[in-house]
Design a protein around this ligand. Structure first.
Ligand SMILES: Nc1ncnc2c1ncn2[C@@H]1O[C@H](COP(=O)(O)OP(=O)(O)O)[C@@H](O)[C@H]1O
Ligand SMILES: [Ca+2]
Length: 482
């Protein structure tokens, strides 16, 4: 008689049911496309001194909020900023062609059409727009014409407000540090450009109503942030230098001896060129020669006096001000200082240490010719201006924003944190809605998790089946045996 197989019926039914469920699940899950492709976004930062193109990349399958964005590529546009082409606007457009062609190569062709392309202009165009609206519109027309020729999804070119520039710089720094998602204490952002400078931070106690125009409220990943931000037009380092020179040429002299420049420095400058900016135009001396000779003297304390004269510390109708009657709560927490802050402080080796007392020792003004020999790879204009710029930065931070020895030590001079620090990433994150206001409940298991579990179940079933077959076969052999 054939022995009854104990594996029969209930077990077979269970195995069949689980097997069917597993196969159905596997088929369903397998239908979701695997997470392989990437998405791209392009932002052009049209600054006062130059334009830079940034390409960002993020995993395509993580819709909107979970994928990490990284900087894939950057390209420095040759020549000056777009505002410098006011007299020949078509050249502003042409200047962008090379970097745009690079972008075409960098982004896979099949992604071109869905890759958003933005251009944001900052203080250089803000000034041109104030000075000559028609010229500013023509520059934008030329730039648009060039950008639209490329196969990307062009989203427009516009001037960012100072508030946007400050706030997006803050978003970038905190996004890169991963502080927003984790709800950590945020880092303030200090951006020094050529034509404007921004300060943005979350103050300890903040009465927004005192100056609503300085307040930006964000809700990011479920957290509220009340950001203080201010952009000082004309206080970027190039316009600040113009203001310092204007201060020293009020009487229209033929020669000036500038304490902020090296003792052997001597350059002929044109009065019309110097005063050709809304930051200084009203102060142009009535009577002046065509040119003046700008010579150096190299004296830190006197240089600081000249620079202090660019700030008005007198009038303040708020509880507290930085300068020029602008409301500013006391600085709070750590700060990331980037763009020209970084370039200058990195060159002067002042990025790690600070003692208000030792600045003048560090900034002993050597002969500019010696410095040129030591740093033959660096642009001569930058070299000649580093002492002015260094003194300007220290004065702006300590006298202007009221950083003291303790709070200054919390400033980190940064070029990048995996991606370059600047407003462009924050701008793109905002325009593509990449940072959600709320944290979405993430699925209990990611796609890969489901696939693994189903695979393990199927494997177990397979092993179970094999065992059963072996058992049945063995049993039959035994029962059929002699
Ligand atoms: N290597 C460098 N050394 C010193 N300064 C630099 C260097 N590279 C860029 N800069 C300066 O950084 C500033 C960048 O400002 P930019 O972004 O063009 O202007 P804005 O933000 O005011 O529109 C300019 O003053 C430029 O001269
Ligand atoms: Ca800038």
């Amino acid at each position: 008689m054939k022995e009854k197989n104990p594996w029969h019926k209930p077990l077979t039914i269970i195995i069949t049911v689980i097997g069917v469920i597993a196969i159905v699940a596997l088929v369903t899950v397998a239908e979701i496309p695997p997470p392989v492709s990437a998405q791209y976004g392009i932002v052009l930062d049209a600054g006062s001194s130059h334009t830079a193109l940034y390409i960002y990349k993020w995993p395509a399958e993580k819709d909107n909020n979970t994928g990490r964005i990284e900087q894939k590529h950057s390209c420095k546009v040759k020549g000056k900023g777009i505002s410098s082409y006011a007299a020949v606007p078509e050249k502003a457009g042409m200047s962008l062609t090379e970097c745009m062609q690079e972008a075409e190569m960098q982004v896979p062709a099949w992604r071109h059409q869905e890759t958003p392309l933005y251009l944001g202009a900052t203080a250089g165009m803000r000034l041109l727009n104030m000075e000559n609206r028609v010229a500013s519109d023509k520059v934008f027309e030329a730039v648009e014409k060039t950008l639209q020729r490329f196969p990307f999804s062009y989203q427009g070119a516009r001037i960012l407000s100072g508030q946007e520039e400050g706030a997006f710089g803050w978003v970038t720094v905190n996004y890169l540090d991963d502080r927003l998602k984790q709800g950590l204490q945020t880092t303030g952002a200090l951006d020094l450009g050529g034509a404007s400078t921004q300060i943005s931070f979350v103050p300890r106690e903040y009465d927004i109503s005192e100056s609503p125009s300085n307040a930006v409220a964000f809700r990011l990943y479920g957290n509220y942030y009340n950001l203080y931000t201010h952009s000082f037009l004309c206080y970027g380092k190039d316009q600040a230098l113009r203001m310092a020179l204007a201060h020293q040429t009020q009487s229209g002299p033929i020669t000036i001896s500038d304490p902020c420049f090296h003792p052997d420095y001597s350059v002929t400058r044109n009065y019309n060129t110097l005063y050709d900016s809304p930051c200084v135009s009203e102060r142009k001396p009535k009577v002046a020669p065509l040119n003046f000779i700008h010579t150096g003297e190299g004296n830190f304390l006197q240089c600081q006096e000249v620079i202090k004269s660019l700030f008005n510390f007198k009038s303040c109708k708020y509880s507290k001000c930085s300068f020029n009657g602008i409301f500013q709560p006391p600085v709070q927490g750590s700060f990331g200082a980037f763009s020209a802050y970084y370039f200058v402080m990195n060159f002067l080796n002042l990025t790690d240490v600070f003692s208000a007392l030792c600045i003048d020792n560090i900034l002993t003004f050597k002969l500019v010719e010696q410095i040129k020999k030591l740093h033959s790879d660096i642009n001569e204009k930058y070299l000649a201006e580093y002492c002015f710029s260094g003194t300007y930065i220290l004065t702006l931070l300590t006298e202007g924003y009221n950083f003291n020895t303790e709070t200054f030590s919390k400033i980190k001079f940064i070029k990048e944190v995996s991606s370059d620090a600047g407003w462009t990433l924050g701008y793109m994150l905002n325009l593509t809605n990449m940072i959600p206001a709320e944290t979405k409940d993430s699925p209990p298991l990611p796609h890969a998790g489901y696939v693994s579990i189903v695979t393990v179940i199927v494997l177990l079933l397979f092993i179970l089946c094999v065992c059963r077959c072996v058992w049945v076969k063995g049993h039959l052999t035994l029962s059929n045996g002699p």
